[in-house]
Design a protein around this ligand. Sequence first.
Ligand code: KG4
Ligand code: ZN
Length: 359
Amino acid sequence: MTITRVLGIETSCDETSAAVVEYDGHTFSQRSLVILSQDVHRLFGGVVPEIASRQHLTALPPVVRAAMADAEADARVCDAIAVTNAPGLVGALLVGVHYAKALGLARGLPVLPVHHMEGHLFATALEHPDAEPPFTALLVSGGHTLLIDVAAWGEYRLLGRTRDDAAGEAFDKVAKLLGLPYPGGRPLEELARSGDPSRYRFARPMLKRSQRPEDADYYDLSFSGLKTAVLLAVREAEAAGTLEEARPHLARAFQDALVDTLVAKTHRAARQHGRQRIVLGGGVACNGALQAAMRAAARAPLAVFAPSPRLATDNAAMIAAVGAFRFRRGERGADTFSAHASMPLPGMLEADQRIAATR
Ligand code: KG4
Ligand code: ZN
């Protein structure tokens, strides 16, 4: 059995990452993964694009060398290079794209452009061989919230997406309201652990029993109203001088509302399309309450798969996995591709401009 070996490169946001992944046509296996996170953005409460590009520029060469060394590989034993070219911060993406092209040229290797969100779809399969299509995917990150039916690798149907804030963005903004550091998802989850769920209750956004599959809002999501509801409750508690005591309860009520909506809509999608697997991806997939609720709502044989935090957040192994799949399918890339801030997910069954993903 031939093995396809791909070097992956990811620089779309604030993680500089490189990885070597092997694929035998059935199973992906990670030979190495190096991720360098740019902590500097914490000082600014968000990612500063110009700083991100500059840091990728200095970090990428040693990160690639370390990934090669860890895999005990060098470019000569790789079949291809896969690089994220969209969506993301254009300056940051360009660093990865140009580096990959130069390396490809020097080593005589094809360079395949990879859509970052397709990477998140593949990430869980690196750890759980059963997380393979067909499945229902919920991708929840700082920039995206997508509900996708995955009939096969490379065959996707977009069912729903957020109409305003992404789930991770909502976590980050509410965390800020509650005085937590950036990025706020994990600190908010920790704070919510000591929250009493009966103290506050926020409406479940975009979730009504009366919704039917043909309705536009059956799968779509929205989190900005929930964020405003938390803001009003914070102001009220502040005025009453009870904010400090209320913080964990507010965090808990926010998380419960967001998780309930995500779980209900994902299970709707799985049921409606007859899928027996749900695969979670993106940074918010690290959330223990989300994973537990998604599993609690699943009746056998429906199974829920979630990646470990290292593969849920941005990493190059998932990009290499997509590249290995595409290389095996006969794709050899082109010299002409560039970096794009947004781009439709390749492989959509319908030309669906709604996916023109935001970031
Ligand atoms: O996928 P990711 O690493 O980067 C993007 O592509 O955006 O996701 C980052 C997002 C941040 O908004 C962060 O707050 C959120 O994932 N996040 C979490 C948790 N861990 C990370 N949100 C909720 N609960 C968590 N445990
Ligand atoms: Zn991401």
